[in-house]
Write a protein that binds this ligand. Structure first.
Ligand SMILES: Nc1ncnc2c1ncn2[C@@H]1O[C@H](COP(=O)(O)OP(=O)(O)OP(=O)(O)O)[C@@H](O)[C@H]1O
Length: 198
């Protein structure tokens, strides 16, 4: 059985201090490939992020960065180790975490505005304040007059900007970004900035 090790850290396991927002302790993910081999994408990975910190995971293609983000978003269960978010041990998703992927992930049957509102709709009925916030976020990413359009009527970069707006609609405490600016041209990239809600 082949085992491929990609992403490793050598830091000591974190302690679980309450002011720490995110902790991974000895986290690992092993995939079973279609040919029946075990592929260790992440091995013994330790990470501690304090509230307010901005952290980049840097490494070569395929080293396991997306897998770590998927673990933090609750989309990938660790094969080994523990995850704490906001002081609590997590095995699954956490509502204060939002993730933006490398490619846009808009729902094709909803308008752009409804896509941005979708995380709210998944929790409760939307209000006028929610719609106003969605409009503000669309304006922030330069799509203020595109809310009524359908996703297929937008360019790839515009769809990605709408995905970024959607990730902010619930004012998440943790924003995970998996190279989301790769789909945008350099000029647009400079224009997209995160403005926290008052
Ligand atoms: N669902 C899966 N099944 C099997 N192997 C997977 C799966 N997802 C990822 N992998 C493998 O895990 C390893 C890490 O992948 P991951 O997408 O986390 O890398 P990455 O560092 O984000 O790469 P990139 O910078 O190219 O996006 C790769 O070898 C990949 O082939």
């Amino acid at each position: 059985m082949a085992t491929v090790s990609h992403l490793r850290t050598v830091d000591a396991a974190p302690s679980g201090a309450p002011q720490t927002l995110i902790e991974l302790a000895h986290a690992g993910v092993t995939f079973r490939t279609r040919t029946g081999e075990d592929l260790t994408a992440v091995e013994d990975f330790n990470l501690r992020i304090q509230d307010g910190e901005i952290v980049s995971l840097v490494g070569p293609s395929g080293c396991g960065k997306s897998t770590v983000l998927r673990m933090l978003a609750g989309l990938q269960e660790p094969s080994n180790g523990d995850i704490w978010i906001g002081g609590g041990k997590r095995r699954r998703g956490f509502s204060q975490v939002a993730i933006v992927f490398q490619r846009p992930t808009l729902l094709p049957w909803l308008s752009v505005l409804k896509n941005v509102l979708y995380p709210v709709r998944a929790l409760r009925r939307t209000t006028a304040d929610d719609r106003a916030r969605a409009q503000t976020l669309l304006e922030m990413v330069g799509l203020g007059d595109m809310g009524g359009r359908m996703p297929h009527e937008l360019s790839g970069g515009m769809q990605q900007r709408a995905s970024i707006a959607r990730s902010l609609i619930l004012d998440p405490k943790i924003l995970l970004m998996d190279e989301p600016f790769g789909a945008l041209d350099a000029l647009t990239r400079e224009d997209v900035v995160y403005v926290p809600a008052e």
